[in-house]
Write a protein that binds this ligand. Sequence first.
Ligand code: SAM
Length: 358
Amino acid sequence: MVDAIRTLDDRSQLDFVLGLRKRWSGTLYPALRREFESETAARGLEVDDPKQAMPVMHDLPLYPWFSWMERGQQKMMWRAVSDAVERHWPELRAQIEQLPDSPKGGLELDPELELPDWYTAYDIHVQPGGVWSDDSSAFVYEEGAKVVMLRENDEYLFHRLLVETAVPAGPHERIVDVGCGFGKSTRPFADIFPEAEVWGLDLSAPCLKLAHVQAEQLDKRIYFRQADARSTGFDGDSVDVVSGTMVLHEMPPEAVRDVLMESARILRPGGVVRFLEFAVTGDAFRDATVYEHGDRNNEPFIPMLFDADVEGFCREAGLVNPRWLPFDERGRGVDIEDRPERDEWHFPWAVLAAEKPE
Ligand SMILES: C[S@@+](CC[C@H](N)C(=O)[O-])C[C@H]1O[C@@H](n2cnc3c(N)ncnc32)[C@H](O)[C@@H]1O
C-alpha cells in the first residue's frame, strides 16, 4: 500500500497536530478536572450527574481553552491530512482503481443505495465531506483516525482485543462487522476465525473500496458490501456474530434500535452481538466532557446514545442478557472488573453484548 504520509512535510504537519491533541488530552483535561474538583469542593457541591457537572464546568477559567482546543486541533488535523492526501492523490487513487483480478474476498457496491439524511447532513468528526463524499475521504479518514487515537492504535490493537476477549471462541460460519469503515475492525475477525465467512458492511463506497484493496493486499479473505446496518441483505438465522466498532453512536437512537432488530433477525439461535462503543462511566466530570465531545466533534448522536435505553432495544429485538462491559483498549479488553484509572482524556470504551436465545 502506498502511504499517504511519507514526506518530511507530511510527517511534520501530522506531528504538530498530534502534539496539540496530546496537550489537550494529557495536560488540559487533567488541569480542567483539578479546577472542577476545587470548585465543587469550595461550593460544597456533590456532583454525580454529567448534566449537573456541565454548568459548573462551563464557568471554569480553563474551560474556553479546553473546548476550543478540542475542536481547533481536530480541524487542523483534517487540514494537515487532507493536504497530504491531495499531494499524493494520483498514486493513492491508482491503488483503488486497480481492483485485484482474482480476489480472495469480494466487494459489492450499490450505487442505488440511498444514504440516510442523518448520515449526510453534517461532517462527521469535523472531517470536511465526511467519510463518504469522494474516494479521497477514505484515505483522509484512515490517517486522521490514527491521530485521533493518539497513534496508540496504529496496529489496531483495540480492534483485535474486541475479537480476542469479547467474542466467543469459534468455529463460526459467518461473521458480520457493520459500519466497517476501511476494514480495520473487520480484519481481526478474518485472522482469528479463518474458517468463517467474514463480511464488512458500510454505507460509504470510498471506505469499502479502500477496505477491499487493503484486505487483498494483506491476503485476507473478507467480503465487503455497501449496505445499511439496518438492512443487511442477509437471510434470517444465517449469522453467528454481528459486530460493529464505533458505529452505533453515529446514528440516531431509532436507527440503533433498527440495527439491533436487524442483528437479531440475521443471527442464528445462540448467535451473539458485540458492539465496541462508548458508554457513560459514572464519573460525572468525565461523562460531561464526553457528552460535549459529541457536540464539538460533530457527533450529535453520542449524547443521544448515552441517554437511550440500548439494553431495552436489545430486549425488544428478542436478544437476551444485554449488558455493557467496560473495555480496556490498552491490553485487557473486556477482561477487567472496572475501567482502569487514567488521568488523560480518553474514550469511555465499552462493549454492548447480548445473545439470541437457542
Ligand atoms: C467511526 S467509523 C468506524 C469504522 C470501523 N468500524 C473502525 O472501527 O475503524 C463508523 C463507520 O460506520 C459507518 N456507518 C454509519 N452508520 C452506518 C449504517 N447505518 N450502516 C452501515 N454503516 C454505517 C460509517 O460510514 C463509518 O465508516
